[in-house]
Design a protein around this ligand. Structure first.
Ligand code: ADP
Ligand code: MG
Length: 269
């Protein structure tokens, strides 16, 4: 039943045995070493793993910021594994919004100008850019900070500007690499709550984190990476591990089955 539901949901990104190797003199670093991953429209996905496990490299591949050494990557069924940098830039400008740990805001542009920038590369006219930027900044509760510069606002506010900027071209997918890495727990949760809200509005969200609690609390699917490979995949609902719940339910059910079995035996005697 569930398989059927999955089939009907649109595949948006697919990694088919993807590898990314870095060559350093005689050394090969297998940063990503054979990853299969299918992301459906509307998913909230977390990529979890310790430092150096290949999270950022996988995210860059998923987000067409980089091309694989081996394997294939499909974006809405188009193979993008061998596209040129300018073709990739064109695709991600429209379809994917990025959020980074260090916010990556441009310091000499105001908050509003930072949000307007990605729309310039897509040829949106200045009035529309302004209107959309204002609307998005209000959405992330920064309507009163639009004319400030990045160094005049807090880290949490900067990350919300980055969320607004990621939304500027109305992408289908938002990729966030350790978006809460430079924030305290409470501020980080607020950022994650905004991402969850966007997911409810239909955006596909992919978050990289090394914090398992965060991954499990927010994502529907968690890919657990180690040494460039997927070690485990878990599914979650409202912060609960579905497989674990299922296992516990089966255990409980089997437990019941056993005791009722005994009862039946006793009755027969
Ligand atoms: P994570 O984001 O999980 O910390 P990364 O994807 O950044 O991990 O890195 C995975 C591995 O690949 C690490 O061993 C890292 O040192 C190596 N690596 C990442 N980028 C490069 C690069 N440009 N050149 C060489 N090695 C790299
Ligand atoms: Mg990283």
């Amino acid at each position: 039943m569930e398989k059927e539901v999955e089939k009907r949901r649109k595949e948006i990104i697919k990694l088919d045995h993807v590898m990314k190797y870095y060559y350093r003199g005689d050394n090969i670093v297998k940063a990503v070493n054979g990853i299969d991953m299918t992301i459906h429209e509307g998913d909230f996905v977390a990529i979890m793993g310790p430092s150096g496990s290949g999270k950022s490299t996988s995210m860059n591949l998923v987000g067409s910021l980089d091309i694989p050494t081996k394997g294939r990557i499909f974006l809405e069924h188009d193979n993008i594994s061998h596209l040129t940098e300018s073709d990739l830039a064109q695709i991600r400008g429209k379809k994917i919004g990025f959020i980074f740990q260090n916010f990556n805001l441009i310091p000499n542009l105001t908050v509003k100008e930072n949000v307007m920038l990605p729309m310039m590369f897509q040829g949106t006219d200045i009035y529309e850019r302004e209107e959309i930027a204002e609307e998005l900044l209000k959405k992330v509760e920064l309507g009163d900070r639009m004319d400030h510069y990045p160094n005049e606002i807090s880290g949490g506010q900067m990350q919300r500007v980055a969320i607004a900027r990621a939304l500027a071209n109305d992408p289908d997918v938002i990729l966030a690499d350790e978006p809460t890495g430079n924030l305290d727990t409470k501020t980080g949760e607020k950022v994650m709550d905004f991402l969850k809200q966007l997911n409810k509005e239909g955006k596909t969200i992919i978050v990289v984190t090394h914090e398992p609690e965060l991954a499990e609390a927010y994502a529907d699917i968690v890919y657990w990476l180690r040494d460039g490979k997927i070690e485990n995949v878990t599914r979650h609902k409202n912060g609960f591990n579905i497989e674990k719940q299922e296992r516990e339910l089966i255990k409980k059910y089997q437990g019941k089955g056993k005791s009722s079995g005994k009862k039946v035996k006793r009755k027969r005697r």
